[in-house]
Write a protein that binds this ligand. Sequence first.
Ligand code: IVH
Length: 669
Amino acid sequence: MDKEQAKKRIEELRKDLDYHNYRYYVLDNPLISDAEYDRLLRELMDLEEAYPEFLSPNSPSRRVGAKPLEEFTAVAHTIPMLSLQNAMAPGEVVEFDKRVKKLLGVENVDYVMEVKIDGLAVELVYLNGEFTLGSTRGDGFMGEDITQNLRTIKSIPMRLLRDHDIPIPDRLEVRGEVYIGKKEFQELNEKRALSGEPLFANPRNAGAGSVRQLDPKITAGRKLNIFCYAPGELVGVSLITHFHFLEYLRKWGFRVNPFVKLCRNIEEVMAHYAYIRDMRDTIPYEIDGTVIKVNRFDYQAALGTVSRSPRWALAFKFEAHEETTIIEDIVVQVGRTGALTPVALLRPVMVSGVEVKRATLHNEDEIRRKDIMVGDTVIVSRAGDVIPEVVRVIKEQRTGKELSFAMPETCPVCGEKVVRPPGEAIRRCVNINCPAQIKGSIEHFASKRAMDIDGLGEKLVEQLVDKSVIRDVSDLYYLSKNDIASLERMADKSTQNLLNAIAASKKPAFQRFIYALGIRNVGEHISGLLAERYGNIEKLMEASEGVLLTIPEIGPEVANSITAFFRDEKNRETIERILAAGVEIEYKKEGRKPLDGLTFLFTGTLKALTREEARKRVEALGAKQASSVSKKVNFVVLGEEAGSKADRARELGLKILSEDEFLRMLQNP
Ligand code: IVH
């Protein structure tokens, strides 16, 4: 390959990778397998290494995080980033609508409604379609340059998509909200608890803290995301309405929130607000209200700004998920891994419609950091399906009668010794026969997402263990009618139901079985990776740390938990007893294949293979063959004397492979 060809190929790879990245992170609808993506990325990185003169900060290879900064540079916003006026009650929204119509002197105004994302506002600047600057909101006039960090957020385009019939502006400023999802937030805090780092109070703080890191590698590790929702300065494109603008954002490749609605009147606004409020707990990120915006840009301009908020927009917020109550006591729970967790018992309080009586305090460092005492008046919050939390103590309310709390030196359940390994924030009970651990591991084993044994909940497990009917999970599969009938409140029918539920759990998918074992640090996601890599339980039981570490998402800590678990004779026996009782793990017939879901089209004459052989080869790797050109085709393989199909494929912008490239792909899919 000469320099010219390398340059061309680099450009082509960047364009393809940008597009696949967009399919994956923005549309959540990938076109190619991860393996294929990695292959393209590898090819690009190799070429960039061989031809450093073509390096570019916006290359898809640069999304892993650049060198740490000494400090952030200040950035002035071309147009100030304003804040929003808030409304809490429907009456205030009606007033807003009246005021808008009166000021404009019109009868009817269209509004665009969006959700109000609880994150950190940022501004992205694109010059001729290239991402050039990203900044925080700061005080609205001056922010900080966080360009490097924003490059690591995969749903932010580095170059605008050009495949559509809309122009690329000379200058485009886009505002949006960077946030961290609820699940990602919990995982992040769990990790921090394990390593003894202070926890983030809520997803907003976690998001803000992650974006303002001097070392972009830290930001890259934080699973941040973005929704874009507002223009800054636009040069070289003119738009009539906000709704249109959002449409353009989507076409340029930005991630725009799907819950956008064009409302023709205030009744539609109210209805959409109620809809969003009622579904807010089901979406995977935090929102704290809706935003109502006048749709027409000329109306927005006419309405203008007062005291740093636009007169054309309003935040219609939800009731806060926060209340004040009193910590009546702090108790210590022992989990299935032996971890001791302090839990606050609260004077019951309603937090947005749900009674809250307990809140986790995580660990002793958290208690110290928040300076929590028994008897304190505190603010508690409940964020969607997240466990209630103590946000902070209202120290002004202290009377002097509050009692400080210390973690016990022995296990509150079995009385055995408790240890806190160096570098960890968690104390653990070391007794593997501790009833709390046994109960916890059985409950976990039976839970919905594990073996899904319907009806085997906390109360029943408690009795089964306390009465020594079972000692570990394998005993479940050897239970008789008599064993169960001896328990309280178990009539014939409920006994039979339980036995049926246990029998029904005997064909678990491999991934669920792994998850059910309750290996430390192995959640559902890691279980899936292990199932994929190892294929069956026998192989997994012999996994070595070295091989585990070749799985990209598995680090030393997780690898160590896995090998330690399977080294333990007791665990091996438990698994063998489960299998001996007739539990049949369902293995996928074949693992995922490297070209799964892809479609190839062959045209012209291939030199090395016949058409038929080519078809068999791609099918063996999981792909399909197409007979006609369409957008559904992922790769068009050009043989000699290819005819009109090749032209048509080029028109559609499909990916075209030479025979050599195709053969290389077969060798290294
Ligand atoms: S529009 C002048 N739209 O709320 C209007 N803001 O209180 C500029 N926010 O700083 C903002 N979701 O951080 C807008 N869909 C949305 C939003 C949103 C969240 C945040 C943003 C802004 C703050 C205003």
